[in-house]
Design a protein around this ligand. Sequence first.
Ligand code: NAD
Length: 264
Amino acid sequence: MHEQGSLARARDVIAAFIRSCDRIVIFTGAGISTEAGVPDFRTPGSPWLVHKPIPFQDYIASEEARIEAWRRKFAMDDIYRHLGPGTTHQFIAAGVASGQVSAVVTQNIDNLHQRSGIPEDRIIELHGNGSYARCMSCEGRHEIETIRAHFEHHGYPPACDACGGIVKSATISFGQKMPTDALRRARDAMTCADGVIVLGSSLVVRPAADLPIMAVEAGARLLIVNREKTPLDSAAECVIRGDLPATLPEFWPLTDMDASVTGP
Ligand code: NAD
């Protein structure tokens, strides 16, 4: 593991890492969205802790819990849903557009990778997406605005209009099974990568945090950029402890000279 000190040196290290890889997977956490105004989870006083998500089993078991879950979700939506992607999202989107970043594996639920222009088939959401809801029985999609209008009028959320099932935000709650397809796609992407870049994650939420290790075991090199230490730092070739928007270089699109370095 090699930790980088000065900002200029850190930017050089990131650019060199990118240049030396052909197939990069970027793994993102809540820290990439803080510059856009979306609070992360672990910073003290986080509104996510004030409006703490309700565990899955409680949500399924009780209507009272579902009412409280939607009340907390709408409070959080008021804080962040109007916000757009920041420069870190744009850095990642440029990497995908260049063809060098094959997939973005994210723990985020804020829909900002989609809003930065990354095609849906390049985004792998491990913890779902909070910009819509799904029926827990028939899996039909429901729009948050419709649910909110019903909630504000009646004081409780609507049942699924197709089958009467329980409707839930399309995020993965504590205690809920991880989406099998997303996990399979993430494992495939990680094991095919020759470089993995982790951006803005405390890497303490599992099984998501196991994925970069899986990539290293399959032969990929690992670069971590985060403000704080993470449990995976010792497995990384390079760790940069800094503020993401200040640290990430403007790298993509590649110049002709860069392209000849990364080409086959
Ligand atoms: P986390 O809150 O545990 O960790 C975020 C990390 O990013 C922290 O170590 C923090 O120091 C760092 N960070 C914050 N701003 C930064 C910046 N500008 N530059 C560099 N580093 C910065 O987030 P996590 O690891 O993603 O795990 C939290 C869980 O909560 C995930 O499951 C996620 O689904 C959920 N969550 C999502 C969002 C979102 O979608 N934006 C927000 C909060 C929580």
